[in-house]
Design a protein around this ligand. Structure first.
Ligand code: FES
Length: 113
């Protein structure tokens, strides 16, 4: 449920098992695929620096998933997130949204709070 996630945090509970970061902000939630867009390593969330950092070649990504340093050529991807009928969050890893294709404006790339 959305209330399981704290506003203003990047949740890493499902990073190892499912390969996702779940980010909640004032407006809602989105799910970032924990795969660097350079060569596919798993980035780390660095809370103190407020960024994702890839351990392989140093790419950095803002909380939004947008790349801003290092060799990564594009932002992290987002997965589909919707609310199921029972109020649970449903994350669909078969549907990917890429910022550079304008897909982050899709309603299913972001769950409004
Ligand atoms: S795989 Fe992430 S920076 Fe190269």
């Amino acid at each position: 449920m959305p209330s399981d996630f704290i506003v203003g945090t990047v949740d890493q509970r499902f990073k190892e098992g499912f390969g996702v970061f779940i980010v909640r902000n004032d407006d809602g939630m989105y799910v970032l695929r924990a795969v660097c867009t350079h060569l596919g390593c798993t980035p780390n969330w660095l809370e103190a620096e407020n960024k994702f950092k890839c351990p392989c070649h140093g790419s950095g990504f803002y909380r939004s998933g947008i790349n801003y340093e290092g060799p990564a050529p594009r932002p992290l991807e987002r997965y589909r997130i919707v609310l199921a009928d029972d109020g649970q969050i449903l994350i669909d890893k078969t549907k990917i949204f890429a910022q550079e294709k304008g897909e982050w404006s899709s309603p299913e790339s972001f769950l409004k709070a």
